[in-house]
Design a binder for this molecule. Structure first.
Ligand code: WQD
Length: 350
């Protein structure tokens, strides 16, 4: 039988932010395809024990460097130790919208400085391929739904959002000047859920900002109640609408994007893909899904709108469906189920 994954075997890939939520799930999928994964992460927003979770699933503990990507000397050290690197998947970044408003320079320095260092070192060491972690946040509140990759990129609503827009611009300009290199930017909608084994998942620090960890922490008793931020939006049930996709589906898309680059099947040397399910789900529908699969009645209350929230957004993923032959496979209910399994696991409940 022909092994369709053959081109990926024996490749060595750096995953920055590989102990983070999406990075760790992607590391698992890469290892499952025979790729040698090297993780660089400064553990700013993740935990070293994630490496044990990756090992529990794959049998392999990736080599790990607790380095800051803004430190070029440390990056050079990784390349000196590792030798030839075939590609980089770049997740490492600060990601809290609210925090970015308070600490804009830290966001610009970290998110843009690390990307610039990576692009510089790629050229120096002949790394041809880059997959970049971008976000639907670049679209702001779109006028036309669902959003395609050619929907306008709106003025960023936060320094965080601007680092994703600027990051894409920096990559586009760099690729234009370097025909020997290629990059894919993946614009994620709302990743949720955890690995079905419950060995890895989302590990929010402090009070979660995102909906699903807040739901699971409320259900387990860590938070008293979930506040639903607004029920007077122009949506069928009045609550905001998002496109929630399972983190393992999202991780798989990175492997496919990487394979496309390594096999030279890209149409241009900078491509952008939306990654979402294509279906909008309201906050109240997300809560109903959680209640349905767990049998738990969630304690929630309608509260004021959250400043800066977008009313509704969901993806048109048809470009990724066609070009990457990728689509989401895990349902919202299954996603909630895995998120709950993970929450129980980390709180030592069965
Ligand atoms: C989802 C919905 C809230 C918490 C995310 C990322 C952000 C950016 C864009 C990443 C919204 C509602 C939430 C709560 C609630 N991209 N909510 N009560 O806002 O889409 O942002 O995607 O690159 O970084 O965080 O996701 O999970 O915060 O909110 O009612 O306690 O849930 O109002 O409608 P959001 P979210």
């Amino acid at each position: 039988m022909v092994n369709l994954l053959e081109p990926l075997m024996k490749k060595k890939v750096i995953v920055t932010g590989g102990t983070g939520y999406i990075g760790s799930h992607t590391a698992v999928e890469l290892i499952a395809c025979g790729i040698e994964v090297v993780i660089i992460d400064n553990l700013y927003n993740s935990d070293i024990t994630v490496l044990d979770g990756i090992r529990a699933i794959t049998g392999i503990r990736p080599r790990f460097y607790e380095y800051d990507l803004c430190d070029m000397a440390k990056l050079e050290e990784v390349f000196a130790n590792e030798g030839k690197i075939d590609a980089i998947i770049h997740f490492a970044a600060y990601k809290a919208v609210g925090e970015s408003v308070k600490k804009p320079l830290e966001y610009y320095r970290n998110n843009l400085g690390s990307l610039i260092n990576l692009l510089a070192i790629m050229e120096k060491h002949g790394v041809a391929s880059l997959v970049f972690s971008s976000s639907c946040t670049v679209y702001g509140q779109p006028e036309i739904l669902p959003v395609t990759e050619s929907s306008p990129v709106k003025e960023a609503a936060s320094p965080y959002g601007y680092t994703k827009q600027a990051g894409e611009t920096i990559i586009r300009d760099t690729m234009a000047a370097r025909p020997e290199q290629k990059a894919i930017s993946l614009r994620y909608f709302n990743p949720i859920g955890a690995h079905p084994t419950a060995h890895i998942g989302e590990l929010p620090r402090g009070v979660p900002e995102n909906l699903v960890p807040f739901i699971t922490q409320t259900a387990i008793g860590l938070r008293e109640e979930l506040k639903v931020f607004g029920n007077d939006y122009d949506t069928p049930d009045g609550s905001c609408i998002r496109d929630y996709l399972h983190v393992v589906d999202l991780a798989r898309a990175h492997v496919i994007a990487l394979k496309r680059l390594l096999e030279g099947r890209n149409n241009s040397n900078f491509e952008i893909f939306n990654l979402g399910t294509g279906t909008g789900v309201s906050v109240l529908e997300a809560i109903a899904s959680f209640e349905r699969v767990t049998g738990i009645k969630l304690n929630y209350q309608i509260a004021a709108r959250r400043p800066g929230d977008i009313e509704k957004i969901w993806a048109d993923p048809s470009l990724a469906n066609k070009e990457l032959d990728w689509k989401t496979e895990i349902t919202l209910d299954e996603s909630m189920e895995t998120a709950w399994r993970w929450e129980k696991k980390i709180r030592n409940q069965s």
